[in-house]
Design a protein around this ligand. Sequence first.
Ligand code: GAL
Length: 979
Amino acid sequence: MSDKPVADDLTNAGPGWGALAPRARFTTTLPSMSLNGTWSFAWWPSRVDAPADVWTHAETYSSWESIPVPSSWSMPIHGYGAPNYTNRRYPFPLTPPFPPDANPTADHLLRFDVEPEFLRGARLRFDGIDSAGEVWFNGQCLGTTRGSRLPSEFDVSPLLRQTDNVLLVRVSQYSAASYLEDQDMWWLPGIFRDVTLLSTPPGAVEDVFVRTAFSDGHGLISVDVSGADGSRIDAESTIAELKTVNLTGDLMDIGPVRGWSAETPRLYELTVTTAHETISIPIGFRTVEVVDAELRLNGRPIVLKGVNRHEHHPDFGRAVPREVVVDELKLMKQHNINAIRTSHYPPRPDMLDLADELGFYVIDECDFETHGFQLADWRANPTDDPAYRDALVDRMSRMIERDKNHPSIIMWSLGNEAGTGTNIEAMAAAARSRDASRLIHYEGEWASTQVDVYSRMYATHQEVELIGRFEEPPLEEIDADAHRRTLPFVLCEYVHAMGNGPGGLTEYQELFERYPRLAGGFVWEWLEHGIRRSPDDAGFAYGGDFGEVVHDGNFVIDGLVSADRRPRPGLLDFKKVIEPIRMTIDDSWGRLSIVNMHDFVDLSTFDVEWRVDTIDGTVVRGSLPPIECPPHESTTIPIPRGEEMHRIWADSATMIMSVVTRHATAWCSAGHEIAWAQSRHPNSPGHPTPAAAAIIATSSPDGKLRLGAGEFDLQTGELVLLGGIPVSGPELQLWRAPTDNDRGKGDRRRPVPSDIRWREDGLDRLVQRRASTVIEQDRIDVEYMVAAPGDDREIAFDLSWTCRDDGRLALDVRVRPDEGWTGTWPRIGVVMVFAHEFTTSSWVGSGPGPKYPDTGQATRWGRHTLSVSELSTPYVRPQENGSRADVTAVSLDDGRRSLLIEGRAFSFSARHWSTADLTRIDHVDLLAPDGNTYVELDFAQHGIGTAACGPGPLSAYDLEPHAVEARILISASDIGASA
Ligand code: GAL
C-alpha cells in the first residue's frame, strides 16, 4: 500500500491497510497471550456521532460501559442497537462504495501489561472483526481491518511496553467492504473472534506451508518455512525426519503412511525447530483430484454428504463458545455427515483443527457475496469492478494463507452468489498460483470456466440426473462446454431444511450413488439462526422481530438443528438417508445383504447387532460375528437363528439390524449406531384390516342415542360425547397449516406456492352442510356436503357409525370430491376436537418421529410412546408438523381416561391447539394449549418437498383430489382400562 489512506475512510473499496502479510496459524512454543475478556466500550448509533479524535476519546474510557470480547454487540444480551436480518437485499442503498450514515460504531478499549519476553517483538492478531476495524495502539493508528471473517495481524513491537498498554479498536458496522459481505444472515457487528498478542522475537518463524500428498500408500511432503533467521531449521514428522526444508514445490517421498480421509482422519505431527522455537502442525496425507469427471481422494471416488455451516449462537451471535462448536461437529459426525461447506466465509480457525481431527471434507469459502446486486441486474457489481479487485484478491489470499495446512480442506471456494466478473478470475488465479493441490469451487459461474468442479444449488432431481449422465444442455461456448463435461458435479446447496422437511432427500441420494460424476451435496443448512430475545425466551426471534424496516422474515430459520443445536426430524432422516452401510433383511429373515458404501473402511471394524421386537414389548437381542466386507463391496450372510429368536419367531413383529461402532471414537462412544435396517415379519400383526362391524342395536333407554363409547345428538346424528368426553367432529379436513415449503415459490411445474393455490381453492375455510341423517336401530348415517364459500365444487363426506359386538365403535368415512377439483390437496382426513387435554400417546406404527410421504426415513415401525406435547415439533414459525404415519392403533390418555383408535395405516396427530392457530400464529412460543385435544386422522397427505428454496414434492408424492374410504374403530375407557 503506497499512500497511507486516512484512518477512517470507510468509503475505500480497497483492503484494509497496515496489517502484516497473511500467514498460517500454528502452535509454537513462543508465548502468546489472549486479550479476550472484558473491554471498555462506547457505542454510537451512527459513525458521525463518534468523536473524530479517537485517541483523545480513549482518555475518557473510565466513564465508558463494558462488553466482553469476543462479542456481537447488537445481540439482545448486550443490547447496543439491534440485530437486522436480510437475505439478498442489502439493508442500505446499492451505491458502492458508500456506507449509510446510520452506521453503528463502537470503540473497544483494553489496557494491559505484558511479560518482558513480549518486548523483543510482538504482533496483535484479530481473528475476526465485523466489519470495519480501526486499530489504535499506545497513541498510534496501526491500520484498519476489512474482511470480517478473516484475520489481521499488526506489528506492535516498536510501541509495546511492559505496563499499561492501551489498545483501542473502533469498529463500524458498515463500510465499502460491506458490499462484499451480503451473505444471507444477520448483520452483527463487533469484535467477534479472539484477540491475541503473539511473541515474535527477531528470527521467529514467519510462516510454514506444508504440502502433502498420498500415493500408493506413501506419504509425500514438502515443508516451506519462511522468515526464520536461518541459523538452524529442522523439520520432523512423527513418521520421518525431513532432511530438507524450504522445499518450495517438490514433494518428497517419506515412505509408507496411513492416508487421511474423513473416515480415517489419521494425523501425524510435524515439528519445525529453530533456535528460537518449536512449531507443531498436525498434518494428514491426502491427494484430491478429478479423474474422469469423478471427485477422488487418495485414488478413490468419494461422495460428499455435507452440510452448509454458518457460525451463529442464539445468545451470542457470531461469538460462538468453543464447546458449542466441538459439540456441534461431533453431532454432525454422529449423524453420518462427512463434509462441511463453510458457508459463506472462512470459519473460526479452530473449527478447521476439529475438522482435521474428527474427519470432514471441507470446502473453505471466501468471505464474499454480492447477491443483492442481482436485484439490480448486477449493475455496479463489485465482482466486476476494478476498484474492488485488490480487496477480493486480498480476501482470497488471506483465507488460503491462514488455512493452507489443513488436510480437511479439499476445495477453495471463491465465495457465494456474487455473479460473474473479472475479479472472480483474479481470485481464482491467485488461489491456483499459491496452492494447486486443492480444487477451486464457485457456484456463481455456471459455465464453470474458472473452477474444477461444476457446482450448482437447488437443481431439481431431473436436472441432476441429466448432469450425472453428462446429458445436460450444452453451453454455447464449445470449449467451455467441453471443459465443464470433464468436471465432477456438486450440489453446494440442496434440500432446504426450513421448517417441516426437507422432502426429496432419498431420491437425491440415489442419484449421487448411481452416477459417478455426482459427488454429492451439502444440505442448506446445518443451523437455524434464531435469536433469543432474553435468556428465558421460549422461542426464537427472526427477521422483522427487531423492528427492521427491510428484512426477510424467517428465511434465516432453515436448519437441520435449531439455533440451540437440537436436532430437527430432518437431521435424523438425513442420517438414515446417507448411512454408509446399506442392509436388507430378506422376507424370511434368513439372509442379510450388506453394501459397504464406505470409501476407506472395512465392515469388520464395526459390530452388527440384531434385535427382534414383538408388539407386546418382548425384545430379544444378539450380535452377528464380525463381517468382512471391504469398502465399495457387498456381501450376503445368513442370519443365524438362535434359540431365543426362535422362541418369539412365530408372533414376532419386527427385526432390526444395526451397525454400531465397536470402539469409542473422538466423536462417539462404543456402540453408536451408524446404519440400520428393519424388516417386518410376514406374520406380524402389521396392518389389521378391521373386519366389517358386527352390529348391535343402538340403545337409548334414557332418551339418549348411544352407540359403543359414543353418544350422539338425537336430531342430527352427530357425535357429542366419546367415552364421556365432549367432542366435536369428525369433520372433513383438507387444510394443513402451511409449511415453509408449502409457502415456497415452488418450481417450474408449480410456479405458484402451494399454500396460495390451496387458499384460492378455499381449503382453509371449508364449510359443511348436513345433507341427511338416517338413524336406524343399529346404525347412524350422516351425509355432509362440504365446499368453500363462493365456490360451486363440492365434496360428499359421509360418516356411518355402527358398533361391533366387542363394543368398539366403528366409523366408516367416505370422501368423494366432485370432478371440478384439480391441482393438489394438502391432506384428506378428519379432525375431532375433544374438550379434554390428553397427555400421553402410544401408537403402533412408524415412529417415534414424524413421517410424511417423502420424509420420515428415520422412523421405525413398532410401538411408540410420547407425551402429546412431544408429538409436536417446535418449528420456530408454527406450521404443519408431527404427523405419525402407518398407524394401526393409537391410544391417547391422561391417566384417567383413555381412547383407542384403530384402523388401517392411517396417520395421526394430536395437539393442544387447533390447525387454525397453527396457521395463524407466527412464533412457536405464542402457541398456547386451549384446554382441548385436536386429534387429526389422515388417510392421505401431500408430500413436503423443499420448495422453500428448490423443487416442490416429486410428482409421486402429490396428493391429487380423490375419493377415500376408510374405517376406524374407537373405544374409550376410564382409569386402568387397557388401551
Ligand atoms: C442460497 C444462498 C444461501 C441461502 C439459501 C436459502 O441462495 O446461497 O445463503 O440464502 O439460498 O436459504
